[in-house]
Design a binder for this molecule. Sequence first.
Ligand SMILES: Cc1ncc(COP(=O)(O)O)c(C=O)c1O
Length: 478
Amino acid sequence: VELHLDLDPRLPLANQLYRQLREAILTGRLAGGDRLPPSRYLAQRLQVSRKTVSDAYEQLAAEGFLQGRAGSGTFVSPGAQRATARAPMSPTSLLAPSPRWQRLHAEHRPLRQQQCRYNFHGGTTDKRLFPFAEWRGCLQQALRELGRSPGFYDEDAGHPPLRQAIARYLAINRAVSCAWEDLLITQGAQQGLDLLARVILEPGMRVAVEEPGYPPARQAFLAAGAEVVGVPVDEQGLRVDLLPDDVRLVYVTPSHQFPLGMPLSLARRLALLEWAGRRGALIIEDDYDGEYRFEGRPLESLQNLDRHGLVAYLGTFSKTLFPELRLGYLLMPAGLRAALLHAKHLSDRHSCSLQQRALTHFLGSGEFARHTRRMQRLYARRRERLLERLRGDLSPWLEPIVPLAGIHLAVRLRAPLDEGALARELRQREVGLLGLGPFHHAPPARGGLLFGFGCIDDTLLDEGLDQVRASFIHLAPI
Ligand SMILES: Cc1ncc(COP(=O)(O)O)c(C=O)c1O
């Protein structure tokens, strides 16, 4: 038997050895009949005297845990285990989540994105082109800094130099002007949603989301006990005129409506702010992938147009770097600042210091700007080719909704077609492509698809679209 034993040289050795062997027998790691290593061998391995091992063996034998057999060694006595040695966990349990979480879970439909040869999954970035060598350099620099800093928690709101760098980036690139002190570093945009929901909602309050919309946002509000109302979108974005009177919070994606892609028009932006101003409602502006702009000038952010401190602006590095980093930020409205900092403290104190520092260097060295410029050119090429095909040989079946920004593009089906059958057909042809169905809360009048062009290999883009075309020819010949 190879035994893992770990002795602390500062404590009595024979006693430690005795206890560890006894524990191993009681918990079944050593079974009745197992042969123990000879005392000379074990003493050598543990670098203790042979007498230490013999003393431990003798005591265990005296208590009936071990038996010596003349000429053949020392064995664990049969039946020495504790009768109740670890039973597997019972599949049924007396515990159950609260009714709210049971209801929430019943409506949870995690989007399954399988790895496919032709990957058009929505919103995923191309990690193959991420400058990992430079990121590693930033991480090493961050590690050295952390090693020199006093061993205590960082600021709840996040590493100040990172917040300063993000504030500069927002002012230059997104026309969002803010004081860096108002920025909170989060674990992706999702934590921003969760914290906002926690500090502003009471069970039963109403929240408005776009329909179709982003399911994880809807779920975060439901988890806080809110009643969530879907408000339709049209070619100008959210139908502000259809907002119910009594909602406490409105969640919108103004730069690139998720999932359909149209921007919220300026008239609607002003109407939404006016509407919220009359009620003192919070607006969450989720600017998740507006970095990639392909046409036209960006419209002014809601945050910049807001005069009453009603907008919480959310950003993320999931689309510019990659989502596993879990780095995002929240520009806190003044009235919620203290509560949000407290909620962040209670949730996880602060985001990972190592990543925050590494990102600070990545932004400061110009590497982030270089990377996003490179990706912008690449995504622009893919988007153009995708649109060419959608307007060309795929046009009998598909009608694109052309977005100005972002790394996915929604299309409507021209004729009714079962999304499930289409998904199966596409999967068989190794095409990873989501239907629009899961983003609708109520069944949509027309089906559609969501083409992500963030991670499809350039050399496979056309081949993948040929497979999409073949699926349509098979299911809906013209
Ligand atoms: C609408 C929307 N918001 C936010 C995000 C990003 O979330 P996170 O920063 O938590 O990765 C996504 C990602 O797909 C998204 O589609």
